[in-house]
Design a binder for this molecule. Sequence first.
Ligand code: FNR
Length: 390
Amino acid sequence: SGPPELDATARRLAAAHDVEDLRRIARRRTPASVFDYVDGAAETESADRRNVDAFGRVEFVPQVLRDVSSVDPSVRILGKPAAMPLIFAPTGFTRMMHHEGEIAVARVAERVGVPYAISTMGTTSPEDVAAAAPGSDRWFQLYMWRDRSASQELMARAEDAGYTTLVLTVDVPVAGARLRDLRSGMTLPPSLNARSFAGIARHPHWWINVLTRDPLKFAALEGGAGQFMELTDRILDPSVTSRDLDWLRQTWRGRIVVKGVLSVEGARDIVDRGVDAIVVSNHGGRQLDRAVAPLDVLPDMRSALQRDAEIYLDGGVRSGTDVAAAVALGADAVMIGRPYLYGLMAGGARRTAGVRPLPAGFHPHPGPPGGWFGGRRGPSPPAPPDGTWL
Ligand code: FNR
């Protein structure tokens, strides 16, 4: 068996049954400022709450007496087979959350059989992610940089590394006002104040990994970027319009997905410029507070676009039931951001892949006294040998 700390982590994770359980573990295991960066949203965070609440309002009318002995959730996403209608959304600074960072996420995506879009604000190079998960469907998320040659260089690198799909995120013309980050004083590279120092002392790995970042992407960080909002505003171009999509369409040979669309009229213009899919998204409520919940505009979006483009939705998806609701209301697939980050923070890849077989004799839920099946609660699962669950 492994070190006692691994046993404790494995035990905690075995008792996690939903995303909220993972979130609670993540909160205990991550420095407060990092957890708040993931968990937080813009201003009053009402858009984030509404994303989740919108799913809570959906009601199902189940059909019974159907043969469900064999259910196949697989779909095609942009023509490629995927195990389920799910995509891992791009999230920045992933190695800050856990030292395994993007590599862990990419390997889980590959293993489960869903696409993963790495972020422009990544902390692992696109080449390293590609090498770590060679069989994955690789997507690359782009923010349009003020310096177009930097955008072009990133696109060329992504293409060379086998990324098939470009995701242009269009809902960050300026940085969102994330008050939790302003209050915690979160900076890049991290600076030491009393609160962050306590976190770093407990979790030295994230400090080290933020500093060993990909030199090209973080060239703009020379001398320290300061707070996230400053970094964003320094790098990203606020003058981008839909005409830039024409440039992108000529520059990128693969598929193009435009992420961060909420208005139906806006979507028509975007799709008419030859993009392959849109993501109906308010960036997890992290940009414009009070932005409409994506689920609430999804049915209108589908009726307006018909089958002219694929439509994905993100924001507030926290369970398979939510995925079913989004698909029923017109999405071809959903993206998730925080759910996989909570899992990553809670235990890294090996213990959160969700595809591991349970050890023989282990019953993860105690059930009622005496057990549901007259069984007993099994022993805690053994700590996994390093790397074997990936
Ligand atoms: C994000 N998101 C994001 N989107 C993007 O296009 N580029 C990025 O770099 C990031 N970075 C990022 C960091 C973190 C910590 C989070 C939580 C989110 C937004 C992300 O792709 C997605 O739209 C939302 O996360 C979806 O909402 P849920 O699933 O988190 O509720």
